[in-house]
Design a protein around this ligand. Structure first.
Ligand code: C2E
Ligand code: MG
Ligand code: MG
Ligand code: MG
Length: 291
């Protein structure tokens, strides 16, 4: 009887696998078509705010994809794009689109005091290459955007790549803002992080959720913040949803945040309306994520 049971499990596992790979193929085909036709892919922009004033200091570009009538989450399609190699073209499209939008904001004088709003683009580890720096600067040059108005978000997996130190240093030297995304969820070695030219540590939502829930969470977040500050880096909290989380964060010394409490990722036109209504922020202080 055990044997029959095992066979049954085996068959359903195989069926599940077939289903999963059919879904993967379906997504890959859809993405390929979307890139060819230029239809269905769109960037949304989530405001990054100074919690003390509500002023916008940046915006994270987040990719959205409508495949026919279905909205597919980037959590599902980005890994498919990475595995199929499509991420190269998609990543290049995202970069150009985001820079073009940031240039529009600059022309409109958004962000207050003519300093502009920095746009932050997520980079996949699969985009890591010798050409990356040249590609980024080619786009900035085409669009006419200053490097100061572009940031990149990398994950801890980036740090494991050979040569990542050199590449990040080159990017950093040209004035680009570098953030480490989802910090604390990967396996990066702290000594490695301290040696890299990172500007901002993004504290993952997993830690923010625990604030006010479990007693140790505040200690962990406080340690991350003080470590960042000692290394000359800044922190931004990801996924802030409640006023209570915002208050705890500010008490712990984190002043920058991103989350539904302030705004969801917004289509380009809605982001502009939101930014027009936001406080301009202090005139003398640098309107930048850098401490
Ligand atoms: P991420 O870079 O960590 O982006 C933050 C995610 O948290 C976004 O999910 C955002 O919509 C979500 N979020 C923001 N505030 C809140 C909040 O208050 N509560 C909750 N529950 N969620 C919040 P999204 O847009 O689904 O993107 C998921 C991931 O997909 C991103 O995580 C990023 O890793 C990847 N991704 C998105 N766009 C791109 C892209 O253009 N290129 C690459 N390589 N990856 C991308
Ligand atoms: Mg990100
Ligand atoms: Mg993140
Ligand atoms: Mg995250």
């Amino acid at each position: 009887r055990m044997r029959a049971y095992e066979e049954k499990v085996e068959i359903s596992l195989r069926r599940c696998h077939v289903k999963a790979s059919a879904r993967t193929e379906f997504i890959e085909r859809g993405l390929r078509n979307a890139m060819k036709s230029g239809e269905g892919l769109q960037l949304h922009y989530q405001p990054q705010v100074d919690m003390r004033t509500g002023s916008i200091i940046g915006a994270e570009a987040l990719l959205r994809w409508r495949n026919g009538s279905e909205f597919v989450s980037p959590v599902e399609f980005i890994p498919v794009a990475e595995e199929s190699g499509l991420i190269e073209d998609i990543g290049a499209w995202v970069l150009r689109e985001a820079c073009t939008e940031a240039k529009r904001w600059e022309r409109m004088g958004l962000g207050g005091h003519g300093k502009g709003i920095k746009v932050s683009v997520n980079l996949s580890v699969k985009q890591f290459s010798d050409r990356l720096v040249g590609d980024i600067h080619g786009v900035l040059c085409d669009v006419g955007l200053s490097t100061k108005l572009l940031g990149v978000e990398i994950t801890e997996s980036f740090l494991a790549e050979n040569n990542s130190q050199h590449l990040l240093q080159t990017l950093h030297d040209t004035g680009l803002h570098i953030s480490i995304d989802d910090f604390g969820t990967g396996y990066s070695c702290l000594s490695r992080v301290s040696a890299l030219p990172l500007d901002t540590i993004k504290i993952d939502r997993a830690f923010i959720i625990e604030l006010g829930r479990s007693p140790g969470a505040g200690a962990v977040v406080q340690t991350l913040i003080s470590m960042a500050h000692k290394l000359g880096m800044n922190t931004i909290a990801e996924g802030v949803e409640t006023q209570q989380q915002a208050e705890v964060l500010q008490r712990l010394g984190c002043t920058l945040a991103q989350g539904y409490l302030y705004a969801k990722p917004l289509p380009a036109s809605e982001f502009i309306s939101f930014a027009k209504g936001a406080p301009a922020g202090p005139a003398k202080q640098a309107n930048s994520l850098c401490a």
